[in-house]
Design a protein around this ligand. Structure first.
Ligand code: ARG
Length: 471
């Protein structure tokens, strides 16, 4: 038998038009308190701005405004002290706080929700939350970038094989390889700034979807909350989750970068490569094989990348069929983006610690760079400089490589006469340009792997980072 309510359930802020109690499962399934309570401080901040504006506009009396703001301040302290009692039966963070406000200050608490809806409230809270999380993540990103610059500078002279298709291609500086990741993470920093800039408009005052007849001042609340402006169209303001998608997209791209670097560190620290040793502090052992030292952090970060990208996909799919404006589906936005922000922040932190502790085995890298005919392009370039069209030079060197493979030579150990039989253009000076250091330093075009160019990248990167940190 369905239970009839005699009086309005005090926990249901929308109880008026209902005559039955909410089914227990429905209440459980619909509640988001356990997740969105993380936005409690932002919710209070938004409410204080709203109440102050209502007071300034004469919609609330001075006394009412004061009482509400003081009540909110008490709640803020309780939340910070971990003393706030969260009740999932109150559905979400917004109703928990409003309910507590009314409990503390009496019915005047009910005036706070004048000219506001949970729809503009939640959109405001989440933007504020992401702004704060984004700023923190921005600092972690800068730290990783600084560590990469230091590492590159400390190992400027180390030469390693550069790969395409994971086949030895041309020798490069280890520092050039590291600065490639610096470039990726710099773009991420830029992407983050753009993401934060775009989400910097206030939805507050859009109310449920259509605005309000109360004489509110949206610009005032936007200013008080540190927004650059207002999200103008009220329907867009409450139905837009592009800013969450932007943030998830930014997070996914950073994670993909970390995942690629993880893959490289895993390979490089394997017995087969032996290019680096990861610090003991950031690796783990095996419970059965005493010799093992596993790159768990790299693997976990590579693994967690799937989850972060999954959250982006999940929200894209959630949003793709939604009619304007607010739909409860959108409550699903928070779990994924909170998890993405946590995962990203932690992964970046782990990375700056791990990278600063790696040991670089320069000799191993150099030896690997010297095999696999990594100087073949240089022999082709040599012939091209002697006037042979590059395409023909490529063919000649291809023959020489095949010859070396048959006879067990490297290009530089092949007797000069043998080379000259294949191309009379080859002279004794060829040996010089086939040497590893010469090969690397020959690539001095802008952004190339020659010492001068890597030094330039390091210098520019330092300047860029200093400018950013000073801002
Ligand atoms: N908990 C809700 C969410 O996160 C808040 C907005 C609810 N709005 C509503 N009309 N039911 O989406």
């Amino acid at each position: 038998m369905k239970k009839q309510r005699s009086t309005s359930d005090p926990k249901r802020m929308w109880g008026g038009r209902f005559s039955e109690e909410t089914d227990r499962l429905v209440q459980l399934f619909g509640a988001s308190t356990d997740i969105d309570r993380r936005m409690a401080l932002e919710d209070i901040e938004g409410s204080v701005a709203h109440a102050s504006m209502l007071t300034a506009q004469g919609i609330l009396s001075e006394q009412e405004g004061k009482t509400i703001c003081a009540g909110l301040e008490e709640i803020r302290k309780a939340v910070l002290a971990g003393e706030f009692h969260w009740d999932p039966a109150l559905e979400d963070v917004h109703m928990n706080i409003e309910h507590e406000l009314t409990r503390r200050i009496g019915p005047v608490g009910g005036k706070l929700h004048t000219a506001r809806s949970r729809n503009d409230q939640v959109a405001t809270d989440l933007r504020l939350w992401l702004r704060r999380a984004g700023n923190e993540i921005g600092i972690e990103l800068q730290t990783v970038r600084a560590v990469l610059i230091d590492l590159a500078e400390a190992h400027l002279e180390v030469i390693m094989p550069g790969y395409t298709h994971l086949q030895v291609a041309q020798p490069v500086r280890f520092s050039q390889h590291l600065m490639a990741y610096y470039a990726m993470f710099s773009r991420d920093s830029e992407r983050l700034s753009q993401t934060l800039e775009r989400m910097n408009d206030s939805p507050l005052g859009a109310c449920a979807l259509a605005g309000t007849g109360f004489d509110i001042d949206r610009v005032a609340t936007a200013n008080q909350l540190g927004f650059r402006g207002v999200a103008l169209n009220s329907m867009d303001a409450v139905s837009d989750r592009d800013f969450v998608l932007d943030f998830l997209s930014f997070s996914s791209i950073v994670m993909v970068h970390l995942s690629r670097l993880s893959e490289e560190l895993i390979l490089w620290s394997s017995q087969e490569f032996g290019f680096i040793t990861l610090p003991d502090s950031h690796t783990t052992g095996s419970s059965i094989m005493p010799q093992k030292k596993n790159p768990d952090m790299c693997e976990l970060i590579r693994g967690k990348t799937g989850r972060v990208c999954g959250s982006l996909m999940a929200l894209l799919m959630t949003m793709k069929g939604l009619p304007l404006t607010y739909n409860k589906d959108m409550q699903e936005d928070k779990e994924g983006v909170f998890d993405a922000a946590d995962t990203l922040r932690m992964s970046l932190r782990i990375y700056s610690g791990m990278l600063s502790g790696i040991q670089v085995h320069a000799e191993c890298m150099r030896a690997a760079a010297a095999v696999g005919f990594s100087n073949a392009t240089d022999l082709a370039d040599y012939l091209t400089r002697k006037g042979l069209p590059f395409r023909e030079a490529h063919e000649v060197v291809g023959h020489l490589v095949a010859l070396c493979l048959r006879k067990g030579f490297s290009l530089e150990s092949l007797p000069l006469e043998t080379m000259q039989q294949v191309s009379p253009l080859i002279e004794a000076d060829v040996l010089e340009c086939l040497k590893l250091d010469a090969v690397v330093n020959a690539r001095n075009s802008l952004g190339g792997t020659a010492a001068t160019e890597v030094e330039r990248q390091i210098r520019l990167a330092r300047e860029q980072l200093q400018r950013e940190v000073a801002e």
